[in-house]
Design a protein around this ligand. Structure first.
Ligand code: G
Ligand code: MN
Length: 409
């Protein structure tokens, strides 16, 4: 796709360039007609060959792609576009609701940024809305246009340098009890200091996973700074700190002893420290690792199973380990409005947690209605942008001392 001319030059309303891929001629014609009326330039096609040719020659800034076509698979087409596709992608489909949701999930997992979905049959009004929103959107400010996050990304070398020079450390995101009134604690989240985006790219985590030395020292820094942060909050002696730990570190020789020693140093009860292990790590654990994890719990630390619902662990494994908390992955909470399958997963999580005597924290709570819904479903604690972003230690500490101003009423 690299030969494609830069097509970002959308000069004011409504000079849009729309490319439609659909096997249904009637749909193509209708869309083309409406889009032309709205002043957009349109090309429509029904095959992958035509589509890729037009992508290069026409340079669209808006794509409307059908997911279900007899000869081309819409998901493959979108996956082939890759993360650098600068056109806003709209997906159309007539699939049933669950297939539609699954397709949406697959596209998200493939990191395809989809600007919107149109469920067929859609009304002329819905289509007009998409075209109008896209048409009036300004090229730079528009959330409909794809942001190329790789632009902010540090190279592996830069990342390593930042990590080695102590520029990588924890920020603290508040976690509230489900009543939304009382602060329960914080989760320590890795951030690169000086980067205002607050974005810690998955590529960085990958790099840490593959560099044992680097990840060990980053983990040590996070633990030390997290405990110091908690110890500093003398007016709030019950707050907890949740720390993400790679499975390999949690079960490494001496980890438990060192952590217990650091807690004693700061006079922090181990029960205030919650170690978050991602569900995926359970998959890799053997007998000895199970023993180490159990010993962490026996030493009094909280054990949380993170990103629950996304890993490969079996329920049997979950049940045989003494986790004290289950953290529902944010993807389910984000999808909660309108997604019956997300709701079903969350309810199943609640059921398992209740039986296994675990508390449940939901993450990715972005608005009040979802918070209320999750609380009604029985979640114990809530975390997400609705309650607060991750903050540097100083800022978080001041915020606690000031009585958490701005927290939801
Ligand atoms: O892997 P883990 O689930 O611990 O990661 C938590 C991540 O979720 C962090 O990177 C954090 O920035 C992000 N996060 C926290 N709250 C929200 C939220 O409300 N919405 C979204 N989309 N992400 C969030
Ligand atoms: Mn986590």
């Amino acid at each position: 796709m690299s030969g494609r001319p830069e097509s970002r030059a959308v000069e004011g309303y409504p000079a849009r360039r729309l490319l439609v891929l659909d096997d249904d001629a009637a749909v193509r014609d209708t869309i083309a007609l409406m889009a032309k009326r709205l002043g957009a330039e349109v090309r429509a096609c029904s095959t992958l060959v035509e589509f890729e040719a037009l992508l290069a020659s026409f340079g669209p800034d808006l794509l409307l792609i059908d997911l279900m076509m007899p000869e081309v698979d819409g998901i493959d087409v979108i996956a082939r576009l890759g993360p650098h596709c600068k056109a806003a992608i709209y997906v159309m489909t007539g699939a049933d609701k669950r297939t539609f949701e699954a397709s949406r999930g697959v596209l998200q997992a493939a990191k395809a940024e989809i600007a919107g979905f149109l469920h067929k049959p859609f009304s002329a009004r819905e289509l007009r809305q998409v075209l109008e929103r896209a048409s009036i959107a300004l090229p730079d400010a528009s959330p409909l246009l794809l942001r190329d996050r790789s632009a902010d990304l540090l190279s592996p070398g830069e990342f390593e340098k930042a990590a080695r020079s102590g520029q990588i450390g924890p920020y603290f995101q508040p976690i509230f009890y489900a009543d939304g009134l009382r602060l329960k604690g914080f989760e320590a989240l890795l951030r690169i200091s000086g980067q205002s985006t607050g974005y810690f790219a998955p590529q960085y985590l990958e790099q840490l996973v593959h560099d044992d030395d680097l990840s060990t020292s980053v983990t040590d820094i996070v633990i030390e700074k997290s405990l110091a942060f908690l110890a500093d909050l003398t007016t709030a002696p019950d707050l907890s700190i949740s720390i993400n730990i790679f499975g390999v570190h949690a079960v490494a020789d001496g980890f438990r002893e060192r952590l217990a020693e650091r807690c004693a140093h700061y006079a922090i009860a181990p029960s205030r420290v919650i170690l978050e292990l991602s569900e995926a790590t359970l998959f890799e654990f053997d007998e000895l690792d199970f023993r180490k994890v159990t010993q962490l719990r026996l030493a009094g630390f909280g054990l949380s199973i993170d990103d629950f619902g996304t890993g490969n662990s079996s329920l049997g494994r979950l049940a045989s380990l003494p986790f004290s908390e289950l953290k529902i992955d944010k993807s389910f909470c984000l999808a909660l409005p309108g997604s019956e399958s997300a709701e079903a997963v969350i309810e199943a999580c609640m059921g398992i947690a209740r039986k296994l005597d675990m508390t449940v924290t939901a993450e990715g709570v972005e608005d009040g209605a979802i918070a209320v819904r999750l609380a009604a479903m029985g979640c114990h604690a809530l975390q997400g942008h609705f309650f607060g972003q991750a903050m540097p230690a100083q800022v978080a500490a001041q915020w606690v001392r000031a009585g958490c101003p701005g927290k939801p009423a």
